[in-house]
Structure formats: C-alpha cells, structure tokens
Design a protein around this ligand. Structure first.
Ligand SMILES: C[S@@+](CC[C@H](N)C(=O)[O-])C[C@H]1O[C@@H](n2cnc3c(N)ncnc32)[C@H](O)[C@@H]1O
Ligand code: SF4
Length: 487
C-alpha cells in the first residue's frame, strides 16, 4: 500500500483514533517523560549508531565474522569505504582513570603484549585473505594506550599488518598516545610507518581534578615539547584531547586548561564531553555520580566560552555546537580536507569499520546490509577459535530505524521516495504511530516529498527522536532507572 489517495481515509481515521487514545490515557506524556529521563540520565543524545550491544546479540566465532565480511564485499559500495581500527587494550598504571569508558587494563608485564600480538597478527592475516585486494579508507590505532608497546613490538605489528592492508593515497592514519610515557624513538617509528596523525590525551592540567580521577599530571611545558617534536617530524595532524565534565571540574578550571593548551598551539584540540558509560551497561555502575543540571550549568556555557576563546587564538570549531559527544577545535593554520577517518557509521554514506582487538567495534553499513559486532573485552579470552564476538545482522526494521535517526540528525528530514527505494516500504505507513504522535506534538511535518523533524537543539533531538528507537533498547534503560529508583 502506498501513501496515495486511496489510503488517506483509512490513515486519517487510524491517526485520529490513535492520537486520541495515546493522549487521553496520558500515555503520550508518560512516554515523553520517560524519553527525557533516559536522554538526560545517560547522555543518550546522538543517534545510537548501532543498536547492538544490548538487544538480541548473538555470540559468534571468527568464521561467522569472516562470513559477514565475505558477503559484504560483494556489495560494491561497501568495499570502497572501510576504515580499520586496531585496539591496544593496555594502559599505564598505577590505576585506570576512573572516568574512562574504554576497556583496557593496566599492564603488568610487557610480555602480556607479546602474547596479545601472537593472536592478533594471525587474525589480521586471516581476515585480509577473506577481504582480498582492498584500498582501505583510514587506520586508527587506539586503546588503551598504543604507545605502551615497545619499539620492537611496534615494528613487529606495523610491518606485519602493512603486508596485508593497503590504504588509499592520503588516507588518515592515526596513532594514539599517552604523553605520560612519551618516547621520541617511538614517535619517529610511527612517522616512518606512514602515520600522519598523532593524538595525545591530556584531559586536564588541573592537578586537583586529575587526582580525583586517578590520573598523573602532565605539565604544559612537557606537552609543549612533545607538540614541537611532532611538528618537527612533520605530522599533518597533532591532536590533544581534553575532557569536560570530570569529577570536580568547573567551567573556570576547564577554561584554564583549555587556555593553557591552546597557547601550546597543537593543530587540533578535541574536547570530549564526559559520558556515563555511553550506553554500555557494564560501565554505568562505575559512573554513578549524577551530574545535576549537567548541561545547563556546565556543558553549554563552557563550550560557549571555549568557542569564543578558540576564535581569539586562531582556531575554529569543526563540530556544530549541538554535538554533545565531542567538539573539535582546529587551528586555522592547517587544512583538513584530505583526511577521512569516520568516527561513526553512516548508513547513507555507507562507511564500514573493521575492528581488531578486545572490545573493538566493527560494523558493515549499507541499506542493503547492516552488521554490528563487538569483540569480547576480556583479553584472556581473545582467540580465533571461541565465540568471542557478539553481534548480529540487523533486521530490516532496525535498519530502517537507524536510517531514519541518522537522516533526521544529519539533515532534519527524510526523503520519502528514497526511503521507499532503499527498503521497498512506505515510511509513513510503517511508522504511523511514531509520526502521528510527533505530528500532534508539532515536532514533525510531512509533505508529499519529505518528513521534516523540527528540533531546536541536541537535547530536543535526543528526547523526541526516541520515538524511532527500538522499544527493546529503551526498555533496558527504563529498567535500569526503575531499579535505581526503587532501591
Ligand atoms: C581511548 S582514550 C585514549 C587516551 C590515552 N589512553 C590517554 O589516556 O592518554 C581516547 C580519549 O577518550 C576520552 N574519554 C575517555 N573516557 C571518556 C568518557 N567516559 N567520556 C568521554 N570521553 C572519554 C579521553 O579524552 C581520551 O583521551
Ligand atoms: S583514559 Fe587512557 S590511560 Fe586512562 S584508562 Fe582510559 S585508555 Fe587508559
């Protein structure tokens, strides 16, 4: 059935009945209150780029993972845009930083890394055979703390990996570092192996805050030296990470760190907004602190001040202000147009990611096939034999939900005809309940070509876009909050 003339009567009747029922029973208010609570409590604002991780994932082994990729590369578009991620899940101690949402553990002995590489490298070789001759889009070596590898371990990993994986000309290749264990010889090696972007985690220069989050201090003088050495080695991008929202951090203390850092003139500064668990339930318990009025009192005004200051120092913010995951301040001295690392899947853009290592995330994205899987975070289980991957191929319904959420977030509209072409399904019919509620709330308008979503800011998007989430996914958050409330 299409949304043509013949269906109008039925649809409008259904809509009236539906709206009246949801409103009269107070269900609509309840839904919105719940969406608001979930959005605010979990910083669940941007679209869930993948629903996986919480609902009906299956444990699968390496052969299933290879099978997904074998099928994926028969879809021509997928082959054109595959990013590669290599996870190094070890950190320098004595303890893990308390805020960290990544899975890694404090390295006890460097031989642990040898053991890891002995499993990782054959896995890469095996996968490259399945994937054949591909020019990959970009490479990201993250963690954890990749520069914890010794020079020999780095050489071994890079030389083996680059035998099988080739990258497009000018592709972005990032290597993440902790400045606390900076080593010039390692940085040179990274450069020699073709990496053109290095990133360093500073998080804050405020010693009180650092103490609270159990992280060692790196002085601005030391960071300056590192940035200058990296500039001498001619890295195209030199990025430093700061965090906003850490325990004990105020607008003033963040701005002081921001100013100290911007004066050192890295090519870019990424400001990560502290996230509690990023929707992954294992870690929510570790981030119990409820940040009262977090956005209005801290995040929005601080980002506003950072924007003003960055302009003063010759930087501009590449992210729109509504992005509450991270902001990217880039020096006007450099241009970024040749870089291409994708931080998120993009169903319409069709970028996929091949992740290696415990807790790495992989995805295959095209309207024809969406697969998400994550590797078990426990390094002691990491192997090529057992079912250490958790994920699944998304159903058509889930793919449609992800598509709508992405389009509304990026463009504030969905093209009805394109949707029909991709899925062979009428969006207005398939999502009649969601659209009816949102029309009633004045958040959505529909004409013959588009569905328009009128959200005023990121939080508004976060709340009202929940209508298009998978109910089972939201139920996990609802249950968590109910349990907490009941304790
Ligand atoms: C994978 S970490 C690697 C950084 C490196 N190990 C270090 O600590 O220097 C990348 C970045 O994620 C950010 N990050 C970590 N936990 C976060 C959280 N809970 N919310 C937001 N950003 C976070 C930090 O800014 C960190 O520099
Ligand atoms: S922020 Fe870096 S060093 Fe700290 S625990 Fe996370 S990955 Fe490890």
């Amino acid at each position: 059935m299409s949304h043509g003339e013949n269906c109008l009567d039925y649809n409008s009747l259904y809509k009236i009945a539906l709206t009246e029922k949801v409103i009269e029973t107070g269900k609509l208010d309840q839904l919105i209150a719940s969406y608001k609570k979930i959005t605010e409590s979990f910083n669940l604002i941007t679209p869930p780029w993948r629903f996986t991780g919480s609902i009906d994932n299956q444990c699968v082994d390496f052969s299933q993972v290879k099978e997904w990729w074998r099928k994926a590369i028969t879809i021509p578009k997928i082959k054109e845009k595959i990013d590669v991620y290599i996870g190094i899940p070890f950190c320098v101690g004595p303890e893990r930083c308390t805020y960290c949402m990544y899975r890694s553990h404090v390295l006890a002995d460097s031989s642990e890394i040898d053991g890891y590489l002995e499993i990782l490298i054959p896995m890469m070789a095996d996968m490259s055979e399945v994937l054949g001759d591909i020019d990959y889009n970009s490479l990201y070596v993250g963690g954890g703390t990749p520069n914890i590898l010794t020079v020999e371990q780095m050489e071994y990993l890079f030389s083996e990996f680059l035998k099988w994986f080739k990258f497009k000309k000018n592709s972005q290749k990032t290597f993440e570092n902790s400045p606390r264990i900076f080593d010039l010889e390692k940085l040179r090696l990274v450069k020699d192996y073709g990496f053109n972007r290095v990133s360093f985690g500073v998080q804050a220069f405020d010693q009180e805050v650092l103490k609270k989050v159990k992280r060692d201090y790196v002085a601005p003088e030391k960071m300056l030296e590192i940035i200058q050495l990296a500039k001498k080695l001619k890295f195209d991008q030199i990025n430093v990470d700061l965090m906003l929202g850490l325990d004990g951090q105020t607008k003033e203390s963040f701005m002081e760190s921001f100013q100290q850092l911007i004066k050192l003139r890295p090519y870019s500064i990424t400001v990560y907004v502290y996230r509690r668990g990023r929707g992954e339930f294992g870690s929510i318990e570790n981030h119990e602190k409820f940040l009262d009025n977090y956005y209005n009192s801290l995040i929005y005004p601080t980002l506003k001040a950072a924007n003003l200051m960055s302009e003063e120092y010759g930087y501009h913010n590449l992210c729109n202000n509504d992005n509450l995951e991270f902001q990217s301040f880039v020096s006007k001295e450099i241009t970024f147009n040749k870089f291409n690392y994708n931080t998120r899947p993009n169903l319409t853009g069709g970028n996929s990611c091949l992740g290696f290592g415990p807790s790495s995330v992989s995805y295959i994205t095209s309207p024809k096939m969406v697969v998400n899987y994550r590797t078990d975070p426990d390094i002691t289980r990491f192997n090529c034999i057992d079912a250490i991957f958790k994920g699944k191929q998304e159903t058509v319904k889930e793919t449609m939900q992800i598509y709508i959420l992405e389009m509304l977030y990026r463009n504030k509209q969905v093209d009805l005809e394109k949707f029909q072409q991709f899925f062979g399904i009428d969006l207005l019919e398939e999502f009649i309940f969601e659209i009816t509620c949102l029309e009633y709330l004045d958040k959505i308008k529909v004409d013959s070509k588009y569905l328009y979503f009128d959200y005023k800011d990121a939080m508004d998007y976060g709340i009202y876009s929940k209508f298009f989430y998978d109910r089972r996914y939201l139920a996990i958050y609802e249950n968590y909050l109910t349990q907490k409330g009941g304790e």
